[in-house]
Write a protein that binds this ligand. Structure first.
Ligand code: GLN
Length: 517
């Protein structure tokens, strides 16, 4: 297969590509050749990758081809190239978290559990993707390494913090990638790049080997171009893991396992019998700061779901208005503790004493290492979190935030007595221009007003493409459900996809003829 043929599989699904490889219609190595050809032709403009992992990818692809030639049955998604966010550990390759703290030479000695699973499924890992430093941000502008562009408009951000993973799938460099989501970092960039992104139920996917940001909120999840592909990738990732005490036993998570198989058994063209609630506080007149085009696409989506047979009602979740405030106590508090380990001794950067008039002093080494290694947003979070946890302030801030968290859980649980899923726009705005929010942290934090409550409650949610604004930028629809309701959310997504054409739309960068690049 030459590079020109590669455009063919950008337009197909990961599952279809897997079946072609498994049936011998094309080899995994030729698919990988074509993938790297496209990737390299577009990467100069897009800048989604912190590093490429070609040796590992080719080794995996060759293993797939020999398994096919021996007539072996391949595991789910074998042969399909995938990218991973650069806060996931992969043996023998750098983990940078897009931070100067780690980019100065840290190489991972072990695999994150999700990477072991990708390897067990013989999926070639093509490279590691850019992010906001330590996953803190909503635009990927906080990366200390490079500036990832939105595939729909290279003058705009891809969203964040998993901006590289969203952009690479949006641009069809690859059809699948992994991100992490603490307050919206999979769903918001998925919305801004026009792809599908899932934040699974807390405990469905092992966090072992994910560099910790806020451990009670962090989950790893898939990016894909269709709901069926996302379901298949989630199947590869899910399951209990002895290395993560918060990963749930299969008896508890069973509803969210084997999704791709279960999805096949559900009707694809009707949502009859399903009850969908519109979140009152994140739609209509109560939704503050949502762009009119976003609201219009959301209202059209509600009508599409209605026409597919779903029953629509309005549900109030009053505490969503406190979500962002509570998150910016809980997440920085956990981050301040998790990031204490970057001390110049154990990982990456160390700023050494350099002159005779500044004698060696351990505390000064800690301080200078952290001052040089962390960017300003990370420092802001560490200071916020340290303050919120300090004696005398704990009850006023951390205690109160935990109460909001409990209220949110209670309000969502009450909603599930009336509806099977809740919907709202994923992000109040479409992709914004570089620099337009980076000087105002509160504006940036508000990008996650609709996604944060989900992490605080531990429930699953996903974003699917649901329209375009007047500038042609993609808009995302967020679906949320009770714990372990991933199947219902995917069923609704697949029916929505089949009834609309938003998921199939390609950005200019993916339409560029590869051969001429
Ligand atoms: N944008 C949010 C933050 O900056 C969420 C980030 C994430 O989910 N990792 O914290």
């Amino acid at each position: 297969m030459n590079a020109h043929d590669s455009s063919a599989h950008h337009h197909q699904s990961a599952l279809a590509l897997h079946h072609q490889i498994a049936s011998g219609q094309c080899s995994a190595v030729s698919v990988l050749d074509a993938t790297y050809a496209t990737l390299k032709a577009t990467e100069g403009a897009l800048q989604a990758y912190t590093c490429l992992t070609e040796d590992l990818a080719y080794q995996t692809a060759r293993n797939v081809d020999s398994a096919v030639s021996r007539g072996e049955k391949l595991p789910l998604l074998a042969g399909v190239p995938i990218a991973i966010k650069d806060n996931l550990n992969l043996t023998g390759y750098p983990t940078t978290c897009s931070s100067k703290m780690l980019a100065s030479g840290y190489v991972s000695p072990y695999d994150a559990t999700v990477c072991s699973r990708l390897k067990a499924h013989m999926m070639p890992i093509v490279g590691k993707t850019n992010l906001d430093e330590f996953a803190m941000g909503s635009s990927t502008e906080n990366s200390a390494l490079l500036k990832t562009k939105n595939p729909w408009d290279l003058n705009r951000v891809p969203g964040g913090s998993s901006g590289g993973s969203a952009a690479t799938v949006g641009a069809r460099q690859v059809l699948l990638s992994l991100g992490s989501d603490t307050g919206g970092s999979i769903r918001q960039p998925a919305a801004l790049c026009g792809v599908v992104g899932i934040k699974p139920t807390y405990g469905l996917v092992s966090r072992y080997g994910l560099v910790a940001f806020a451990s009670s909120l962090d989950q790893i999840g898939p990016f894909a171009t269709t709901a069926e592909d996302a379901a298949a990738l989630l199947d590869v990732l899910s399951g209990q893991d002895a290395m993560d005490a918060t990963s749930k036993p299969e008896s508890m998570s069973s509803h969210a396992l084997n999704l791709s198989q279960k999805l096949l058994e559900l009707p694809a063209d009707t949502l009859k019998g399903l009850r969908v609630g519109v979140i009152a506080e994140l739609s209509g007149e109560q939704a503050e700061g949502f762009e009119p085009d976003v609201m219009a696409a959301f209202e059209a989506s509600v009508n599409t779901l209605k026409s597919l047979g779903a029953t629509i009602s309005t549900i109030s979740i009053p505490s969503v208005k406190y979500g962002v405030a509570a998150y910016y106590i809980v997440a920085p508090a956990e981050a301040s503790s998790n990031l204490a380990r970057y001390d110049g001794v154990r990982y990456g950067l160390r700023v050494e004493e350099d002159s005779a008039d500044r004698p060696a002093n351990l505390h000064r080494m800690f301080r200078e290492t952290r001052a040089a290694g962390f960017g300003s947003e990370v420092k802001r979070r560490i200071m916020l979190g340290t303050f919120a946890l300090s004696a005398g302030y704990y009850d006023a801030y951390y205690g109160k935030a935990q109460q909001v968290r409990e209220l949110l859980r209670h309000e969502f649980n009450t909603a599930w007595q009336q509806v099977d899923a809740l919907i709202c726009p994923t992000s109040p705005c479409t992709a914004f221009e570089f620099g337009s929010k980076s000087s105002d942290p509160i504006q940036m934090y508000l990008s996650d007003v609709a996604t944060i409550p989900v992490n605080l409650a531990g429930i699953p949610a996903l974003s699917i493409p649901c329209g375009f604004d007047h500038q042609g930028l993609p808009i995302g629809l967020q679906l949320q459900g009770p714990h372990w309701s991933e199947l219902t959310l995917l069923q609704i997504s697949r029916a929505f996809e089949k009834a609309t054409s938003f998921s199939g739309a390609l950005p200019p960068i993916a339409r560029r003829p590869v051969a001429s690049a």
